[in-house]
Ligand binder design. Sequence first.
Ligand code: CU
Length: 150
Amino acid sequence: MKKYAYAISALLMAGAQFAQADECSFTLNSNDAMQFDQKNITVSSACEEFTLNLVHTGKLPKNVMGHNWVVSKTDDLKAIASEGMTAGVDNQYLKPGDERVIAFTNLIGGGESTSVTFPVSKLTAGENYSFFCSFPGHYAIMQGTLTLAP
Ligand SMILES: [Cu+2]
């Protein structure tokens, strides 16, 4: 019986370690209904780099229902999204070289996935960050908060 208890606690400890490692990456799903499946992403400041995996679980092509993942200060979101609208699908609907963009993925269509890795040193504790999709008209619904955890 005691051996069994040890085995359980060892499993729990292993689980905790996996959870910690997982904070350095995050998988976000998007769909044909213009939605992300999560509204909050937390990045651990213990991570050197953070990887965002974006999955499009829908079927529509990227010129119709394309999604990407863009992170910026919350204050910059609207300007980046509105200025990116005319940049076109080949520029991921982002103004080329926009320095307010902290990280972004390429646009993907249904059935596709992509990812981006960026240094956590680009984030400052206490700052408000948002993530969003820059496909025209999507950011109003497709957005959430990104927080740097101590
Ligand atoms: Cu989108």
